[in-house]
Design a protein around this ligand. Structure first.
Ligand code: ASP
Length: 335
């Protein structure tokens, strides 16, 4: 047996040498990766339709991140199933730093809303938080209610007739609508779209009655008078609409919600890539043009300390835990 033992020892030594070489190669390749990254166009998946609120935020930051990275970030809209379709695509994408996802609070709520989510919301790599966006309850221009209390009364009294648009189960508009339905203890018909961009087109055309949507999609129409605004979902009134009451002022504090956005990468994406993307995100969020554009849309960039992988990870974990009991109490699920 000594021969076999010697052979085992020799094999073991050879294995150690191979492992050592592999480790060195890994260190070398990640250093080389960090130096060269990014070398080509990056795709940023937005899990909602073009022209909507998430798309607007994504395009704003993608442009400035591209400047910092020296490579183009192209936005790809993959709308459907409340954002879970696009998120699912990114979960399956190559973990090479060239496919990323910009998603919002739906990343946290869909963890409970979907019984069979085809990916693990906590299984992504993190880049950082982008912004928090308030929502506003809006209705078609000729909706027959003068203020928020009258709106609530009308909806309760006409539950079999009114229709509310949303961007599918898992969307922010869905979450806000779910909070609204449970706050007024009334069920009405909801109409799902691939994003609130197309939903807004139908609201403007009067094909649907109302929706709760981010200010990044509603501000221009409210200012232009093409839709009616009833209440903001923030604890304080919005600086851009100081005359608009909050949901709490209207007696429904249960509807308070703020839509935070974050950037993710597929599981296994090298930390060098997510770190570099995080730096680029911080660069974009510090840009005065981005700050101004966001302020005009009723929001603000996340502080640099939050535009980090660690901050987004903490936020997602906290928000999954926060919304789980709310969703379970509402009893709303999708398969
Ligand atoms: N943010 C979505 C969009 O961009 C809509 C939603 O979440 O309700 O269309």
């Amino acid at each position: 047996m000594p021969g076999a033992y010697a052979e085992f020892l020799g094999g073991n030594m050879a294995m150690k040498r191979i492992l050592g070489a592999l480790c060195a190669a890994t260190v070398l390749s990640s250093a080389a990766f960090a130096e060269g990254y990014p070398e080509r166009t990056i795709t940023m998946v937005v899990p909602f339709a073009a022209g909507g609120p998430t798309d607007t935020v994504a395009r704003l930051v993608a442009e400035k991140m591209s400047t910092d990275l020296g490579q183009q970030i192209v936005v790809e809209n993959v709308g459907g199933a409340g954002g879970t379709l696009g998120a699912g695509n990114v979960a399956k994408a190559e973990a090479d730093g060239y496919t990323i996802l910009l998603h919002h609070i739906g990343m946290a709520t869909s963890a409970t809303l979907y019984r069979n989510l085809p990916y693990d919301p906590l299984g992504f790599e993190y880049v950082g938080l982008v912004t928090e966006v308030p929502m506003v309850m809006v209705a078609r221009k000729d909706f027959p209610a003068a203020d928020f209390p009258a709106f609530v009364e009308y909806v309760k009294g006409n539950a079999d007739k009114v229709t509310m648009a949303n961007a599918g189960i898992g969307a922010a508009s869905h979450l806000c609508g779910m909070l609204f339905q449970s706050a007024i203890d009334t069920q009405f018909v909801t109409v799902p779209y691939k994003g609130t961009g197309p939903a807004m087109t139908d609201l403007l055309g009067g094909q649907v009655d109302f929706m709760c949507d981010q200010t990044t999609n509603t501000t221009q129409q409210i200012t232009g008078g093409t839709i009616k605004a009833y209440a903001a979902t923030t604890p304080e009134r919005l600086a851009i609409f100081p005359d608009l009451p909050t949901v709490a002022e209207g007696g429904l504090p249960q509807m308070e919600v703020s839509i935070w956005h974050g950037i993710y990468a597929p599981h296994g994406t090298p930390a060098e890539a997510t770190g570099r993307l995080s730096t680029a995100l911080q660069f974009a969020l510090a840009d005065p043009g981005v700050t101004k554009a966001m302020a005009d849309l009723g929001t603000a960039p996340s502080p640099a300390a939050d535009a980090t992988p660690a901050a987004l990870k903490t936020k997602l974990e906290t928000e999954i835990a926060r919304w789980k009991p709310v969703i379970e109490a509402a009893g709303v699920y999708a398969d």
